[in-house]
Write a protein that binds this ligand. Structure first.
Ligand code: GLU
Length: 303
């Protein structure tokens, strides 16, 4: 798979720097758009192949929603679905419109409203320690204790995250946020500001291609949840671009406005491609192309 990933990167290189870095979080607008990195971990052999700026840390943004979802599912099991739905939204990730029609229940755990709910569930359980719990969960999955959040990005999000406050207060009016909004959003903004490399993320997603066991064989979640998290990534993991992602890439993916796209294929591999310039839907332009070429060259996709 090393050769095919290398070749896919070559085929996508002309797209590097095309598209736009996210600017609505001021700190993210400072990122140099032409950078990239990629990492793949092969199932069973655990061979790891890395390309580009492999040590470069970037803001994981919405990819963090995968981790809060996993912890919340472990906590509430099927009761989670009383607090959030599991359908694609067909709307922007930070949209308020649908929430009013649907009485404060977010469409899915990967739009902002849904991730604010999964964060609230963790705040209910761990109080002020919720962020520490999420961070240590991610560190363990990636096998890297040095992973942390970026204070400047966190402050930048906090000072401009008016929509997220609006979403949280709106849901609180429907009693779908149980904790103090400031605690929930501080936890959420810190979680989005976590800095990781492509290799960290490919390692952290390994349990999704390995029946719920992490790279060291520890149980992260059960196989039923693993199947469901993968299904949610496929149907809701890449903003209002999921149809295009399923069509072109054919893998369950989770993306973030920091430019990462992370994917897993059961019993085959976990993979992350990062480059910060985004398409109009918020997914890395380069990342989409690399993954599309990779699943085509290898024939290894969900379909
Ligand atoms: N922290 C971002 C926000 O809440 C996450 C956006 C994303 O990556 O989709 O707006």
């Amino acid at each position: 798979m090393k050769k095919q990933l290398q070749e896919s990167i070559e085929l996508a290189k002309h797209l590097l720097g095309q598209g736009h870095v996210a600017t609505y979080i001021p700190e993210l607008s400072k990122v140099e758009p032409k950078q990239f990195s990629a990492a793949i971990i092969c199932h069973s052999s655990l061979e790891t192949f890395e390309f580009g700026e492999k040590d470069k840390l970037f803001s994981i943004q919405s990819v963090s929603k995968l981790f809060s979802l996993t912890l919340a599912l472990n906590e509430l099991d099927d009761k989670l679905w009383l607090r959030t739905n599991k359908e694609p939204s067909g709307m922007a990730f930070n949209s308020l419109v649908q929430l009013e029609y649907e009485q404060g229940i977010p469409r899915n755990p990967f739009i902002n409203a849904g991730a604010i709910v999964t964060t609230d569930i963790l705040c209910e359980k761990y109080g002020k320690d919720a962020f520490a719990k999420i961070l240590s969960f991610i560190q363990t999955l990636a096998g890297n204790d040095s992973i942390n959040f970026d204070e400047n990005i966190y402050q930048s999000e906090k000072s401009t995250g008016h929509r997220n406050y609006a979403l949280a207060y709106f849901m609180k009016s429907y009693n779908n946020i149980h904790c103090d909004v400031d605690l929930v959003l501080d936890t959420y903004f810190k979680m989005c500001s976590i800095m990781m490399s492509s290799t960290d993320l490919a390692r952290a997603f390994y349990f999704l291609c390995n029946g719920g066991l992490d790279i060291k064989g520890n149980v992260v979640t059960n196989s039923r949840h693993t199947k469901r998290i993968n299904a949610l990534m496929m149907s809701c993991g890449t903003y209002d671009n999921v149809g295009e992602v399923a069509y072109r890439i054919g893998l369950p993916c989770k993306s973030g406005v920091g430019g990462a796209i992370v994917a897993a294929l059961a019993n085959n591999y976990s993979i992350c491609v990062w480059s910060p310039a985004l398409n109009e839907k918020g997914n890395s332009l380069f990342g989409m192309k690399v993954l599309e070429e990779f699943t085509t060259l290898t024939g290894k996709s969900s379909f």
